[in-house]
Structures are given as C-alpha cells and as structure tokens.
Design a protein around this ligand. Structure first.
Ligand SMILES: Cc1cc2nc3c(=O)[nH]c(=O)nc-3n(C[C@H](O)[C@H](O)[C@H](O)COP(=O)(O)OP(=O)(O)OC[C@H]3O[C@@H](n4cnc5c(N)ncnc54)[C@H](O)[C@@H]3O)c2cc1C
Length: 471
C-alpha cells in the first residue's frame, strides 16, 4: 500500500533533529514563491541542514520514500527553480545554515566554503585576504555560491573572468541516492577521464545538492577605473566595444549597456541618484578597466574616449572623480531590474545573440511589438558577451487580460528570432520552471536526449527538483 505523503513527512521529521527543519507557516511563506512574485507553490516542510551529513540523511530518506526535494539557495533565481509544485507534496531544502567559510588559502589562491555561503561574504573574505573573487551580480547580497554554481551565473565580470563554471575548482555533491561525489582536491591537474563537477554546474538542483565548493581566487585589484559613455545607436556602442577590446584587452573587465528608457526608470524610482548627461542620448555603456598592478588606467580610458569622440563613435563621457560618483553610476545599471519591477509587469528575456547581429535583432524584434510603444521596451545587459535583457513592459492603458494574452506571442516571436540568428533563449538565468518548453524546442534532439538520460540515470526516482528543466 502507498503511504500517504503526510505520514512520510511526519516520519522524516521524527528522524531528523528538530534544529534542522521547520514547519512554521510564517517561516515557510517566503520560501514558496519566486522573488519576482510571479510563480507560487505549496509545501509544509522546510529543511535547514547544517552540514553534508545532515543533507545525506535527508536525501537518503527522501529517496527511499520517494519524497521530492526542492533545493534552495538565496532564492534570487529568475526562472522559478526554487518554487515547489502546487500539490504541497514536495519538501524544501534550504542551504541557509550551510554558510561557513571552511578554508582560505592565500598562497593557493583558493577558498573552500559551504554551498549556502552568500556571494557577498565570499567577496568580502577574499578582499580581507588581499584576494579577489570576481563573480559580480546585482543579487550578490542574497544569492549563494551553491545557487551561483547550480545556475552557472554570469553577471558583470564574465568578460574578463568567464561564467561561474570558470571559477569553480571542485565541488562536493550529495547525489539523489544520498551518496557523496567529491571533486575538491589539492591537485591542479587530474585527467582521469571527464570531470564530474561539470555535470552539476548549471543543473539547477536536478542532479543533487551541492554541499561544498572550492573556488578560484585572483590577486587583489590594485587599480580600477570606469566611465559611462553616451552615443546615438547600438552600432556605435558595438564599434566602441571593438576599440576597447583592441586597445585595452588585458584590463577590460566590464561593458554594461543601458538606454534612455532605462535611465528614465532610474530617475523615476531613485531620485537620489544623479542621472548622467541629463539623459539626453539614446544609448549608454558603463566601461570598467581593472588591473592587478598600479597601471595608469585613467590615461588608457581617457585616450580611448578621446579617440572615440573624435571619430564620432561616442558623443560624451563621464569619468567619476570619487567613490560616490563611481557607485552612483554603477547603480544606474544595477538597479534597473528593481526599477522595472516597481514600474509594473513586464515580459522578460535573457537572451544572447552573436554581437554583430544585435542591431538586426533589435530592428526585427521591434516589428513584432506593434502593441507596444518604444518606451515599453527596455534593453540593457552585458553587450560584450552578446547578452541582452530585452524586456517589454505592460503599457499603462493595456489591461492585464490583453497583456497576458500577448505574453505568449511575444515570447515565441522573440525566441524564434533569437534562434534564427544563432543565439540562445537563456543566456545566464537557466531554464527552471518557466523555460522548459523552449529548452525542448530549441535544443538539438541529440543534446536533449543525453541530458534527459543523465537525469534518469542519476535520479531514477525523480526526487531532485522534479518538473524543473524537464517535464
Ligand atoms: C536583481 C537581480 C539581478 C540578477 N542579476 C543576475 C546576473 O547579472 N547574472 C545572472 O546570471 N543572474 C542574475 N540574477 C539571478 C540570480 O541571482 C542567479 O541565478 C544566482 O546565481 C542564484 O543564486 P541563489 O543562491 O539565489 O539560487 P536560488 O535562486 O536559490 O536557486 C537557483 C537554482 O539552483 C538550485 N540550487 C540552489 N542551491 C543549490 C545547491 N546548493 N545545490 C543544488 N541546487 C541548488 C535551485 O533549486 C534552483 O533551481 C539576478 C537576480 C536578481 C534578483
């Protein structure tokens, strides 16, 4: 006879120490929805393991009793990967109590931490040790390194340091059957066949629980300089990008774009942030150079700006003169997602396109969006990697009913166009719950089958984040 789920969950609670779970409704509430509030599920139990042994105990019991687990880090993911399903039969496993720094090796240029360690804490500890951990996300005060690895997060430093997968030296994972696989080693080289850690990077909690992580550290940044530049077209921004890459490759660490529509939103919701150039241009880019030495980066950036203004590639530039100005300029980019959320509903796309095809994408995409005005379209993101956040806001006069109807049509047109141009419908946020259909549609049959079979092999009972990535 199949035991009712409530009996199984009661048994699980009885088996575990009371300090590592809660069924308190108030505490559970905030764990049941995606942070943008668009998707919500149900669950009656939140597990809060403190270490790998706790995770093993939980996973073994759940696997034996076929209880599904939804892993949660900082819950800043944007694809619904941490949201339980609606039937309330899944249990949540948060890594929030697994937040310890285990080892910092200054000479070895690495750090070992528990998977629930917040990204911001890792960056702070690296800094205190004269080291630098480059992963840089606007969500860094809340997201965890385990979540970053599970989503293979990107962010503003990918240009110089790559996606999260480039920053991970080893991980410890509790597999869906409760066994541990550990690729954290003291050696640099190990070519005994393929490296199992790559299976778990970007697997969004579907192949196990990441419990410990060894990450790469870099020398501390001795010199950093930035500028915000303004121009009239996306083509000019792309030309400016080419110039910096050519003249300054070694130091080039960020290139984040924004538009007058984005600056208008910042102005509307954060009136304490000065708006560069009084927002009189169409396109903007924040450019950052950084160095491990005391190089004269100010001269380098000034030379590039001077040359580009002379050649009419950019029209204006501001180089911040103090930390406050520097932080305020960065805020005009980092607060965009939040500003758009405050402004109302929008249809979001996290896409990547070959850089030279971006102007064509923008032109063609605009043609689909006949129901929207120019200022409903917010384009920002990481141009140097061809990664755009292409978001379409609900016009104030449009009803929710009409907007929801258009949502599907807009998505399918945009994703098809991205695919036709050789791009990806998910550049850095993953698949989760909301992009499963596109994952199946725009992944080759061969690749899909390999990924699907790996999931079945590692998790035959489908207990680990079921319904995410795959149906
Ligand atoms: C304002 C804002 C800005 C953002 N900017 C960026 C950006 O620039 N670039 C970018 O890439 N992302 C960005 N994100 C998305 C998000 O911050 C990243 O995806 C981040 O890596 C998620 O980390 P997390 O700890 O919050 O993971 P969660 O959201 O908790 O989880 C994400 C996925 O990983 C799984 N998971 C979490 N922890 C574990 C674990 N230990 N073991 C196994 N599975 C686990 C979950 O089940 C889920 O599927 C942004 C989000 C916000 C809110």
């Amino acid at each position: 006879m199949i035991k009712p789920m409530s009996n199984k969950i009661k048994k699980l609670k009885d088996k575990l120490n009371k300090t590592i779970w809660t069924d308190n409704i108030e505490k559970l509430k905030s764990h049941l929805y995606e942070q943008r509030g668009n998707i919500q599920g149900k669950s009656s139990l939140l597990m809060l393991p403190k270490n790998t042994a706790d995770v093993v105990k939980i996973v073994k019991f759940c696997n034996k009793n076929k209880i599904s687990i939804v892993p949660q880090g900082g819950r800043t993911g944007l694809c619904g990967g941490t949201v339980p399903n609606k039937n309330g039969r899944e249990v949540l496993l948060s890594t929030e109590k697994m937040d310890k720094i285990i080892e910092v090796s200054k000479d070895g240029f690495y750090m070992i931490v528990q998977a629930g360690c917040p990204l911001l804490l890792i960056k702070k500890i690296a800094f205190e040790n004269n080291r630098f951990f480059p992963l840089s996300l606007p969500s860094e005060s809340s997201c965890t390194i385990g979540g970053n690895i599970s989503t293979n997060a990107g962010g503003a430093a990918v240009l110089k340091y790559g996606m999260t997968k480039e920053l991970v030296e080893g991980i410890e994972v509790v597999l869906p059957n409760g066994e541990i696989i550990n690729s954290i080693k003291n050696i640099e080289k190990d070519n005994r066949g393929f490296d199992p850690k790559y299976l778990h990077i970007g697997s969004e909690g579907t192949l196990g629980i990441i419990t410990k992580v060894k990450i790469r550290l870099f020398p501390e940044i001795k010199k950093k300089t930035m500028a915000i530049v303004a121009t009239d077209t996306i083509n000019n921004l792309i030309n400016f990008l080419k110039i910096i890459k050519n003249d300054c490759y070694e130091y080039f660490s960020s290139f984040e774009i924004n538009t007058n529509i984005g600056l208008n939103l910042i102005n509307k919701f954060y009136n304490d942030i000065p708006i560069p150039f009084d927002n009189q241009y169409n396109w903007y880019a924040i450019v950052e150079l950084s160095s491990y030495d005391n190089v004269n980066l100010e001269k380098k950036i000034s030379d590039i700006i001077g040359k580009s203004i002379k050649n009419k590639i950019i029209f204006d530039a501001i180089i911040p003169q103090n930390l406050k100005q520097y932080n305020n300029i960065w805020k005009t980019r980092e607060l965009l997602s939040e500003a758009q959320k405050l402004n109302g509903k929008s249809i979001k796309h996290d896409i990547s396109i070959p850089i030279e095809k971006i102007p064509l994408f923008i032109k063609k995409a605009r043609k689909f969006l006949t129901d929207f005005r120019k200022n409903n379209i917010l384009i920002f993101g990481h141009l140097a990697e061809g990664n755009l956040h292409y978001n379409v806001s609900k016009p104030k006069t449009m009803s929710m009913l009409v907007f929801n109807k258009l949502h599907k049509k807009v998505n399918s047109n945009i994703f098809k166009l991205v695919h036709d141009l050789g791009g990806s419908f998910s550049a850095e946020h993953g698949i989760g719950l909301i992009k499963k259909k596109e994952f199946k549609k725009y992944t080759s049959k061969e690749e899909f089958i390999i990924k699907y079979n790996l999931k079945k092999l590692l998790d035959p009972n489908n207990i680990m984040n079921p319904g995410k990535i795959f149906n």
